[in-house]
Design a protein around this ligand. Sequence first.
Ligand code: ARG
Length: 465
Amino acid sequence: MTTTTKLTASLWGGRFSGEMDALMKKFQDSIGFDIRMWSQDIRGSMAYARALSMAGIISSDEAETLQNGLQAIHDEFAAGKFEIKDGDEDIHTAVERRLKEMVGDVGGKLHTGRSRNDQVATDTRFYCLEAIQTVRANIQAVQTSLVDQAEKHVSTLMPGYTHLQRGQPSTFGHWCMAYFWMLQRDLDRLAECEARVAVLPLGSGALAGNPFPINRPALANDLGFQEISQNSFDGVSDRDFVAELLFVGAMLGTHLSRLAEDLIIYTTSEFGFVTFDDAYSTGSSLMPQKKNPDAMELARGKVGRLTGNLITMLMVMKGTPMTFNKDYQEDKEALFDTLDTLELLLPVCAGAVRTLKVNADKMRAALDPAILSTDVAEYLVRKGVPFRDAHHASGRAVALAERKGTKINALTMDDWRAISPHFGDDIAEVFNFEQSVNSRDVTGGTSARSVREQIEKARLLLAVS
Ligand code: ARG
């Protein structure tokens, strides 16, 4: 069993004569996970070859040889035929090693003026830019499910809760749209994050910048980046963009955990508001009657790792000195884990919401007249009573009904009059859930008109993005 690796053969082996301990090699190799960036690494190198040739550092023939070689490697990866060899410590060294095998000595010219430090920062940003498109589309799929459900349930009455206590009447459509807007903020955050990801560090070298006159703006343009980094030290050591993207993931996961928790509660026999489709439920191995909301429990649970990944990244960056440090290699597993998690979590949430069966009868049955107590107070306000006094009077009506063991809407006219002379026969009209919901007709309110207004705005937002 060999316990060491010859260092002289590695890309940076010139100054070494000793050997690397086998565990040290295992400890520092990142090929196991950064291989995922093969396409970005190769396309970044192709653009760099073009930039070197434009700067007159290599001939156009050499640039073409390099690009053809890189394309062949790209094809090998795409066909699943690329072979990792001992000594390929990361994706960058693996591609360069293979390039030299394919095109010979000219392969050694590709890295002119470039370092793995600006290369890995570029690859990771490039990877994020592409992944962001998938996250965006997947968030929008959840939003579409929510808006579709909202449209069907603009007038499906349901209690609205605060402190998980029945508060005021509302609709299932309004509930759906609340989650739509949360996810819309996640999309906004994603777009803002994307702008900061799209800053090209290539040209920063190892730390001090590129000594050859490569055209960085042209390189950025070639790779689809919006801007170039303005300081090489910062260029190679900035990992804010990873932390930001992980925050977007953690916030998104937090929102989905709330959605999940609501639906878990609503699906219990005690509530029975909604039923999950079989496609998103599981059974119990012991209790035959069980239909478990596992999809939503996992959605609630996944926020643990999403938030954990954010904390990992912040802790990796904390206190690192200028400029590049190997610590930053720890960014990728956290990043990939968040992206992988979202890639399943979002479509599962979209499907679970889309196929949700809404039990309107159960929702309606949960509307206790007591949740119209606020409307009782508002009735008095409309008769000129100050809100604080009105609130107090309504509270007394609630207490009286409780004492009498009846519902608030079963109080007699004498009962009402004893509480306040402002109560008239028309108090009976207050006890109407639809009317209560529709009376809240400001933008953002529960009225069917207002929810339709939200839906219209949502459809526009989904159409333009
Ligand atoms: N595998 C490394 C990473 O993921 C690449 C950069 C290595 N640079 C260096 N100077 N050792 O960050």
